[in-house]
Write a protein that binds this ligand. Structure first.
Ligand code: XMP
Length: 329
C-alpha cells in the first residue's frame, strides 16, 4: 500500500544504509522538493546533515527569511547555512539583458557559491580526525526529473532547468536522492506527513534564476525592489482570494525597458508596465492562462498603480503555452 508513512520509513532506512556514519550536504532552494529531501535525510542522520541556502538576491519579498524560519520549524536539528551572495550576483548581472546569458551567469554564480560553502564545511572539521567524511550531496530529484534527464545510473545528470541551476560534472560527492521514485503530489504528501509547513508543501514553482528572468532588461537593485513590491501585492491578493491552489503559478514581470504615458492625480506619468502571467497547468510542459475573477484583477491593478512608484500600467498575459512559455524569458 502506498502511504506517506511507509515511504518515510522505507526511505529513512535506505538513507541510513547509504550514508552510514558519513556526513551530507543539501542545497536548499526554498522549494518543496529540496525541503522534503532535506527533512527525510535529517530524520535519518540528524545533525550530520548540513543544509546550504544561497541568497542570490533574486528572491521575492521576505522570501529568504520565510525559508529560514520554515526550515527551523520543520527540520529541528539540521544545520542551515545561509550564504548572502546578493552583491556578488548583482554585480555579475550588471549590463546583461540576454535571457540565456542571465541564466548562465546565475547558474555559474550559484555553483561557485555552493562549492565555497561545501569547502568551508569540510575545512571546519579538518583538524578533527574523528569527524565523519562529508561524502554525500542530497538532491530533491523527482521521478519525472530522472526520466527527463535519462539518468538512472546514479550519475549527476541534471537539466539546466533544475532549481539549483545545474551542478558541475566533476562534483566529488555521491548523490543521495530519496525522492527519485516519487511524483510531485506524493512529495507533497510526504512533506505534510513529515510536518513541513503548508507554505513549503504547497509552494508554487519558482524558477531558480528567480526575479532575474522576470525583469525584461537589465537587472538592477532598484528594478528588483520595484518588482518585489508589485509581486508582493499580487501574491497577497491571490492568497486572500483563495486562488493559490487553483493556479499553477503567477509570474509577475517588469517590462523595465518599456515606458508608457499615464495620468495620476493631476500629473502626467511616464512609467513601466507590470505584466501578470497567471497560468493553470499539470506539468508546466503546456499551460493555459488562468481565468482570474475580474474583481481580483481590478484590486491588483489598483493597488499596484497606487502603491508602486514607477508603475503606471498593469497588463494581463492571455497567451497559452504553446506558443508562449510560462516565464517571459
Ligand atoms: P517555461 O517558461 O519554460 O517554464 O514555460 C516552465 C516552468 O519552469 C520554470 N522555469 C525555470 N525553473 N530554472 C528553473 O529552475 C529556470 O531557468 C527556469 N525557467 C523556467 C517556470 O517557472 C515554470 O514553472
Amino acid at each position: 500500500d502506498w502511504t506517506a508513512t511507509n515511504v518515510i520509513d522505507e526511505q529513512v532506512a535506505l538513507i541510513q544504509e547509504q550514508i552510514g556514519d558519513a556526513r551530507a550536504i543539501c542545497a536548499l532552494s526554498g522549494g518543496v522538493d529540496s525541503a522534503v529531501a532535506a527533512a527525510l535525510v535529517q530524520r535519518a542522520i540528524g545533525d550530520r546533515l548540513t543544509c546550504v541556502y544561497v541568497d542570490h538576491g533574486l528572491m521575492r519579498q521576505d522570501e529568504s527569511a520565510q525559508i529560514e524560519k520554515a526550515f527551523g520549524e520543520s527540520t529541528g536539528g539540521a544545520r542551515l547555512i545561509m550564504v548572502d551572495a546578493r552583491e556578488d550576483f548583482l554585480s555579475a548581472l550588471a549590463g546583461v539583458t540576454d535571457p540565456e546569458q542571465k541564466r548562465k551567469i546565475i547558474g555559474e554564480r550559484f555553483i561557485r557559491t555552493f562549492e565555497k560553502a561545501q569547502a568551508d564545511i569540510v575545512r571546519e572539521s579538518a583538524d578533527d580526525p574523528h569527524a565523519p567524511d562529508v561524502k554525500f550531496l542530497v538532491q530533491g530529484t523527482l521521478y519525472p526529473d530522472v526520466v527527463e534527464s535519462g539518468g538512472g545510473d546514479g550519475t549527476a545528470n541534471i537539466k539546466s532547468h533544475h532549481n539549483v541551476g545545474g551542478l558541475p560534472d566533476d562534483i566529488e560527492f555521491e548523490l543521495c536522492e530519496p525522492l527519485r521514485a516519487l511524483f510531485k503530489d506524493e512529495v507533497r504528501a510526504v512533506g505534510s506527513e513529515l510536518g513541513l509547513p503548508d507554505e513549503i508543501v504547497w509552494r508554487q514553482p519558482f524558477p531558480g534564476p528567480g526575479l532575474g528572468i522576470r525583469i525584461i532588461g537589465e537587472v538592477t537593485a532598484e528594478r528588483l525592489d520595484l518588482l518585489r513590491a508589485a509581486d508582493a501585492i499580487v501574491r497577497a491578493e491571490m492568497t486572500a482570494a483563495g486562488l493559490d491552489r487553483h493556479i499553477w503559478q503567477c509570474p509577475v514581470v517588469l517590462l523595465a525597458d518599456v515606458r508608457s504615458v499615464g495620468v495620476q492625480g493631476d500629473g502626467r506619468t511616464y512609467g513601466h508596465p507590470i505584466v501578470l502571467r497567471p497560468v493553470t497547468s499539470e506539468d508546466a510542459m503546456t499551460a493555459d492562462w488562468a481565468r482570474i475573477p475580474e474583481d481580483v484583477l481590478a484590486r491588483i491593478s489598483n493597488r499596484i498603480t497606487n502603491e508602486v512608484d514607477g508603475v503606471n500600467r498593469v497588463v494581463l498575459d492571455i497567451t497559452s503555452k504553446p506558443p508562449g512559455t510560462i516565464e517571459w524569458e
